[in-house]
Design a protein around this ligand. Structure first.
Ligand code: ATP
Length: 315
């Protein structure tokens, strides 16, 4: 059993017009100890919804999430077992995720109190700050006194204080400038290597994902369409959507961009296309794709994809 195990997860919202949006439509994800699993895909495909449901921030409409062998209970529910606090989340915007009225040392101390119950490895606010490359002497300052990159380090220090075994990071570097992006990505890589935490890294920045993720999971319109060791996926994608995403970063000026060469827009998740959800935009679609939804299946050992033509792509 994996450290974090998401099975057949569904997340639904009711929009203003009363229409139901199925943001996550039956997804599986596994994160192991010491592993970086990236979740990538265009804006609106459901990455954040999956991440929030994985840590219990929103209640799934179906499916299950298990952390360290126990079901993840929605936050705020009394039954939430203390062990679940070792599943932590880091958000995109470190300013809105840090209470502006409290010194950062207090925010981190909250996490340490949580960890005290199970004897955390980092024992003081200073140790937590130093672990993320900040000085122990800044604990009495407030979030607004820091740059975006420093604030994200503080948010990571707060997560580390709870002695996490797994971290779900939702676009943790997208709001930062380029140099802060690289240094926060490096920090996350170091923490995973040193502390053996599992990291679910949600990002639309494929150039960073390519550099740091062990496994890459590609999501399209609420569904996982491919999962593979990152090297294998970049060498030869088994899904045309992955191929489109990758094409966008391998083009000369395409660093980190989302695909321009995929025709059309992402369809409305209220009414996804029949058959394969990607077929209206797919450059290799055949008739079958418009009527029969492809199963998410093993293509070669260690690689899964949801495409009727995956073997052709890999051939
Ligand atoms: N609270 C909500 N109420 C209604 N619809 C929502 C809500 N949150 C998300 N959605 C819809 O669910 C779908 C998936 O959104 P989500 O934010 O999970 O995707 P995402 O891939 O993380 O995108 P982004 O990178 O832009 O955040 C979108 O169609 C979005 O409009």
């Amino acid at each position: 059993m994996s450290l974090l195990e998401v099975r057949n997860l569904f997340v639904r919202y009711r929009g203003h017009s009363g229409a139901v949006v199925t943001a996550v439509a039956g997804c599986d994800i596994d994160v192991e100890e010491g592993q970086i699993v990236a979740l990538v895909g265009e804006s609106g495909c459901g990455k954040s919804s999956l991440g929030k449901a994985a840590v219990g921030l929103i209640s799934p409409a179906g499916g299950s999430v298990t952390f360290d062998g126990a079901p993840v209970e929605p936050l705020g529910r009394k039954a939430r077992p203390p062990a679940q606090r070792r599943l932590q989340m880091v958000f995109q915007d470190p300013f809105s995720s840090l209470n502006p009225r409290r010194p950062i040392g207090d925010l981190i101390a909250d996490g340490l109190r949580v960890a005290a119950g199970h004897g955390g490895t980092l024992r003081s606010v200073g140790e937590c700050l130093e672990r993320v490359g900040l000085s122990a002497g800044i604990a009495d300052r407030f979030p607004h006194q820091f740059s975006g990159g420093q604030r994200q380090r503080i948010a990571i220090a707060r997560a580390l204080a709870a002695d996490p075994r797994c971290i779900v990071a939702d676009e943790p570097i997208s709001a930062l400038d380029a140099s802060a992006q690289a240094s926060i990505a490096n920090l996350l890589v170091d923490l995973v290597a040193d502390l053996r935490v599992g990291l679910l890294f949600i990002s639309h920045d494929l150039s960073i994902v390519r550099r740091i993720a062990d496994v890459t999971t590609v999501m399209y319109l609420g569904k996982i369409v491919e999962r593979a060791p990152s090297e294998a996926l970049w060498a030869r994608p088994a899904h045309p959507y992955s191929r489109g995403l990758i094409g966008a970063i391998t083009e000369p000026d395409g660093e980190g961009r989302l695909p321009d060469d995929l025709p059309g827009d992402v369809p409305d998740p209220v009414a996804p296309p029949p058959g394969c959800r990607f077929h209206p935009r797919c450059p290799i679609a055949i008739e079958r794709c418009a009527v029969e939804e492809p199963a998410f299946r093993a293509i070669v050992p260690g690689r899964m994809a949801a495409c009727h033509l995956a073997e052709t792509l890999l051939a």
